[in-house]
Design a protein. Structure first.
Length: 408
């Protein structure tokens, strides 16, 4: 878990905003380049509304139109549009080749059309579906860009331009493939973390049911024993059994709902058993026993009687934060763990006095998984540098169970 990740559940993370804005920024910058290239081609007389230049002009306008509408094309329609545009460009190159005897070498040159085709090539490699279509379209677009300069005549100038286009096209194609692989890897890791989180909930559910059913059985056995000797105590015993059963069913519905939720959270491998406030005390005490930094636990309010999904999440927040301190807080001497319960919420804050330079800069998924888990029960979590130095993690959880789906 990287300490440089600052995550606030319920708001849009900065990395998601960046991933959303990046394609639009690239589209606007490419549009500016295409406009400049079109102005240059027109000023240099490379595209004109007569003879073969008319065909070049029409294909260039077709490529520019495809560029303009590309953000709104679906992943299935994009390869089709790219393939048709590339085929039209190859058709113009073939026409230029057929009339090469009467044409000039510069008639094959131009920059607006190759730039637009380059953008389509990038998008097809990045997000085109139906891979059999995409892999057929990519060579068409590549050939349309590279072969145009040598379509009329093969000389030093046209060969240099063709090599220049080949290097640029291959570079852009590689960037698109790498970007696509990065996105696939992010989705794969998120799915793996989601599966691990659900496995943890399943284990918690098993332990929870076993714990409560055992208690119900013990109370029922006690009621049978006292039924003949002190019948007046049977009714309170039955009421306690009914209350325990109702609480078990309520919490079990919430936990099963979390498992069924199609947008279930992503977390790290299951590390924590079914835990309560006593386990939080033990966790803090054990942290100090190992050596290094000293951990101090402050409890405010009555934290007994909280739903099991709340106490288990409190334990997970403390465990993740203490693990983070152990790994990344260089020079840390003291860790403060504060658990405070108010009328409707439970606040958990873990802060340390470690050096900020030791907080790392990696891109782990620990805090993201923690934020997802906390959001499942209607809470929120944030992490970042503390005002007085060091690092802090704070989670605010509901004091009562929140229906599944209401937290979103």
């Amino acid at each position: 878990m990287a300490r440089s990740e600052g995550i606030r559940s319920g708001t849009v993370p900065l990395d998601r905003i960046a991933w959303f804005l990046l394609p639009w920024v690239a589209w606007l910058l490419t549009g500016a380049v295409l406009y400049g290239a079109l102005q240059f081609d027109d000023g240099a007389g490379l595209i004109r509304p007569y003879r073969i230049e008319l065909a070049k002009l029409l294909v260039a306008l077709l490529a520019l139109t495809a560029f303009v509408v590309s953000p709104w094309l679906s992943a299935r329609a994009l390869p089709v549009v790219g393939g048709l545009t590339g085929a039209a460009s190859l058709g113009v190159s073939a026409a230029l080749r057929a009339g090469a005897g009467a044409g000039e070498t510069r008639a094959a040159y131009g920059f607006a059309e190759p730039a637009a085709l380059l953008w389509l090539l990038l998008l097809v490699a990045l997000r085109g579906q139906r891979w059999w279509v995409s892999w057929a379209v990519i060579p068409v677009l590549w050939a349309a860009i590279v072969l145009r300069p040598i379509s009329v005549k093969l000389d030093d100038t046209s060969l240099i331009m063709a090599l220049f286009f080949a290097v640029g096209t291959t570079t852009v194609l590689g960037a698109g493939v790498v970007w696509r692989l990065v996105k696939v890897d992010r989705r794969r890791r998120a799915e793996a973390l989601r599966t691990e989180q659900r496995t943890e909930f399943a284990r918690d559910l098993h332990d929870f049911v076993a714990h409560h059913v055992t208690g119900i059985v013990v109370q029922a056995q006690g009621a049978l024993v006292i039924a003949k000797q002190r019948p007046e105590l049977v009714r309170p015993s039955l009421q306690r059994i009914e209350q325990a059963g109702s609480e078990a069913l309520t919490s079990m519905r919430h936990m099963v709902g979390m498992l069924r939720d199609a947008d279930g959270g992503a977390g790290e491998p299951a590390l924590a058993p079914l835990a309560g406030i006593e386990e939080v005390r033990s966790l803090t005490k054990d942290f100090s026993t190992v050596g290094g930094a000293r951990a101090r636990l402050d409890m405010e309010g009555d934290c007994e009687g909280l739903p099991v999904e709340i106490t288990t999440t409190v334990h997970r927040v403390v465990m993740e934060a203490l693990t983070n301190v152990r790994r990344h807080a260089h020079g840390c001497t003291e860790v403060r763990v504060r658990v405070a319960r108010s009328a409707d919420s439970v606040t958990v804050r873990i802060s340390d006095d470690g050096r900020r330079g030791g907080h790392g800069s990696g891109g782990g998924f620990g805090l993201k998984g923690l934020a997802e888990r906390v959001s499942l029960i209607g809470g929120r979590v944030q992490a970042g540098p503390a005002a007085g130095g060091g690092w802090s993690v704070e989670a605010v959880l509901p004091a009562a169970a929140v229906p599944v789906g209401a937290a979103r």
